[in-house]
Design a protein around this ligand. Sequence first.
Ligand code: SF4
Length: 291
Amino acid sequence: MCDFCAQGGKRARAGGKSLGQIKADLARAKKEGVTGAVFTGGEPTLHPDLPAAVRAARAMGYESVQVQTNGRRFAYYEYCLELKKAGVTEMGPSLHGSTPEIHEALTRAPGSFKEVVSGILNCKKLGMYVLTNSVITSVNYKDLPELARLLMRLKVDQFQFAFVHLVGSAWKNRKTLAPKKTAVMPYLKRALDAGRESGVACYTEAIPFCLMKGYEACVAERVIPEGPVSDADFYIESYGDYRRDEGKAKRPECRPCRWFSLCEGPWREYPGLYGWDEFKPVKGKAPAAER
Ligand code: SF4
């Protein structure tokens, strides 16, 4: 299991969902007006019915289907082809370092770097849209510019760097896993520069606007679609509301900040570890278009 896994031992605890349950959740969300489905971790490619679930989603009228994965199974070209034929529109593998040493120090899976890189190449060979996710940790943050350059060489269509969410296994490893955001920013901005210079959509998650001066367009919370989440053991109507109301936090001093209405703040465990000193309200009024 990856050191930073936010799901922890959920698979062992809650078990997998049957295809029937997945279809029922898809139908429920469809009725609520949702048009895109994302199959995500635990690890969806370990589910034997993933292709069938994708087919079901498309048959119900979902316009987009994304698979967020550790990316290892994408090393099998035939599996990528099966997912494409089933109707996946966006392949979302994870790459956490520009070298096997860095990536595998986090995944704890020898050979996983090569598998993910081959997987990205397989998806691109099939003409699929590839958006990658990389988790920012103490282990890899200095490598982010090099990682972004590798992603550009692999011709990914979009990439995101998500600051480690200190829950699940990540909470257990928080002392060694979580860097200070201010230490990360110079490297993160150089990484985003690599994407922007190549004209590739690039985002960060859980890095508030006050640390993103000049890079505000890259704040992922601006573009994350609203919608329900069907987890192993619960269903929530709005992931956005969950993030804003429970997952993330702002503080009273944030109120005058020009980004207050758009900003979700850091995951709430972060200030528990490092305090609030890094987050300073930004002066001025947010232009209407940014609200
Ligand atoms: S609202 Fe708070 S956390 Fe968000 S950008 Fe402003 S100061 Fe930073």
